[in-house]
Write a protein that binds this ligand. Structure first.
Ligand SMILES: NC(=O)C1=CN([C@@H]2O[C@H](COP(=O)(O)OP(=O)(O)OC[C@H]3O[C@@H](n4cnc5c(N)ncnc54)[C@H](OP(=O)(O)O)[C@@H]3O)[C@@H](O)[C@H]2O)[C@@H](O)CC1
Ligand SMILES: [K+]
Length: 498
């Protein structure tokens, strides 16, 4: 599933129409028909359906929906919210077809009119504004949108809730609060931004016949699916030995924070790593070892003398602390490790200057910040980051040559070459201490088993979220889920994947 900005969607559409030769009116017909086919099974028959129609092609889809519903015998009323002169092209053609098959057009150009038309509606189909929306919503649309939000009717938005821009930076001010949104052709980026995602309600992507070739080279952002994860999973070789799937080093934990690194190492082992060594403060080793019998342990003071080429992957950060010694260790590993290096938690801040200086360019460097950590790496406010997480991640990944996993409800993974993917597994149960440490372990294990760090990161967050989802569906709830449950759930994820 592709995720697009408005500009990317227009480029894709232009290619499909101009280069491939699909008539634009066919796309509009498919769009309207596919939405109507989704709505019909939800109808019982007597509902009053109001299709609120704006000037652009979003309104054009609305005319098709109104016609299809009318033809099927439902009580669909088309309410045009703009003067006749504003309706042009394919939208005008579909308005004319609607009228020719017996459809009656009602007009509402003031909020008062609109409210009056809306009064009897059980369902409002919102085809007022689509991806052509720019900036703050103007009157009279603002008033229409507020009226829709005050009504008790079920609201179904066409392509995007009216008032929301498809791209980053959208405020969500004066936007339709949809119960359901049917996105057309590709998912819109604002459906994955914290401020605007809630307006989409339940959403679904509908195929409108845009060919694959029109997407290629025009968009490099996708949602990770379980099929993507399956495709990248390696079959375990029956002749494998414990060195085959990676010897990992995990640097972190401390006397008063032994739990974090314990969860990291357990998660790495559960995700298939062959051998793991934990390097931590000497005083922390007994408590960590008591909870993870399968790992080996080293005093972190010995890291400068270690031969790092013994390892296929190194993760550092969880529970490491922000003291000077931790900083020196990060410096040492950051410069010395040739293998993939996963940097999390406290280690991120220690690595900040070296990242900006591009010290590891050309060597796989995987970062797993939460928004607060990412904002500190970028020296910006969290709010600014959360309004534009895709572009900040892309710029940072490109400038530093690192792979970035920005945690969130919709975790975003970015490669230095600009590829991005969004994850939507996981639930509110993950908002608890320790779950990030678990993710670091999964990332380390996959970074040692897959050649492409981008694939490793996007599979890791999918597996992490899926584990939480399976746990919440079976043994736990979003309230009681613990990070250690997420580690335990990895087994169920693999049984589902394999
Ligand atoms: N992609 C595809 O392949 C396909 C796409 N399709 C559909 O086309 C839709 C995109 O159509 P589109 O380009 O005509 O834009 P759309 O949003 O309907 O209208 C723009 C209108 O909004 C207005 N306006 C703008 N900002 C405003 C503001 N702040 N406040 C108030 N008004 C504002 C602007 O007014 P103006 O500034 O011109 O006065 C203009 O009249 C897309 O979402 C999908 O549904 C399908 O048909 C099938 C194929
Ligand atoms: K809309």
């Amino acid at each position: 599933m592709y995720i697009v900005t408005a500009q990317e969607m227009y480029d894709i559409e232009r290619h499909a129409i101009g280069e491939v030769g699909i008539p634009s009116v066919v796309l509009m017909e498919t769009a309207g028909r596919s939405i109507a086919s989704e709505i019909v099974p939800q109808l019982k028959g007597p509902e009053q359906i109001m299709v609120a129609i704006g000037a652009g092609n979003n309104g054009g889809d609305g005319w098709v929906i109104a016609r299809v519903l009318l033809e099927k015998g439902y009580q669909a009323i088309a309410v045009q919210t703009v003067p006749d002169a504003k309706i042009k092209g394919d939208a005008l053609l579909n308005k004319q077809i609607f009228e020719k098959v017996g459809g009656h057009v009602e007009y509402a150009t003031t909020q008062g009119d609109f409210k009056a038309k809306m009064r009897k509606a059980d369902i409002i189909i919102d085809a007022i504004l689509g991806i052509g929306t720019r900036g703050d919503v103007r009157e009279p649309y603002k008033g229409f949108i507020n009226s829709i939000n005050e009504s008790c009717a079920t609201v179904i938005s066409v392509d995007i809730p009216s008032g929301i821009e498809a791209s980053e930076g959208a405020t969500g001010k004066d936007a339709v609060q949809a119960d359901q949104t049917y996105m057309l052709g590709a998912a819109k980026l604002s459906a994955f931004l914290p401020k605007t995602a809630p307006y989409f309600g339940e959403w679904q992507l509908l195929d409108i016949g845009l060919p694959r070739i029109s997407f290629e080279s025009r968009v490099n952002r996708k949602l990770t699916t379980i099929a993507d994860v399956r495709k990248t999973l390696q079959k375990r070789n029956p002749f494998a030995h414990k060195g085959t799937y990676g010897k990992g080093l995990i640097v972190g934990g401390s006397e008063f924070m032994p739990g974090s690194v314990t969860m990291t190492v357990m998660a790495a082992l559960r995700t298939g790593a062959g051998l793991c060594t934990v390097a931590t403060e000497k005083a922390a080793i007994p408590s960590i070892a008591a909870n993870c019998l399968e790992a080996m342990y080293k005093d972190r003071a010995g890291i400068p003398e270690m031969d790092l080429s013994d390892f296929d992957g190194i993760a550092m950060g969880p529970g490491m602390g922000q003291d000077k010694t931790a900083g020196e260790l990060v410096n040492n590993l950051f410069r010395g490790a040739e293998c993939p290096l996963v940097i999390d938690a406290d280690a991120l801040q220690h690595a900040k200057e070296m990242l900006h200086a591009g010290v590891r360019k050309g060597r796989a460097t995987l970062l797993t910040p939460h928004p607060g950590e990412m904002a500190r790496l970028l020296d910006i406010e969290i709010g600014e980051l959360l309004a534009n997480p895709f572009s900040y991640s892309a710029r940072f990944a490109e400038q530093t040559g690192s792979y970035v996993l920005l945690k969130g409800k919709h975790t975003i993974v970015t490669a230095p070459d600009g590829r991005q993917s969004v994850n939507n597994t996981g639930n509110a149960g993950l908002a608890k201490g320790g779950t990030g440490d678990v993710l670091t372990g999964i990332v380390l294990a996959l970074a040692m088993q897959q050649d492409d760090p981008f694939e490793a990161l996007r599979c890791a967050c999918h597996i992490h979220g899926l584990s939480a989802d399976i746990q919440v569906e079976s043994a736990h709830s979003e309230h009681d889920l613990l990070a250690t449950d997420v580690v335990k759930g990895i087994g169920a994820v693999y049984r589902k994947l394999l």
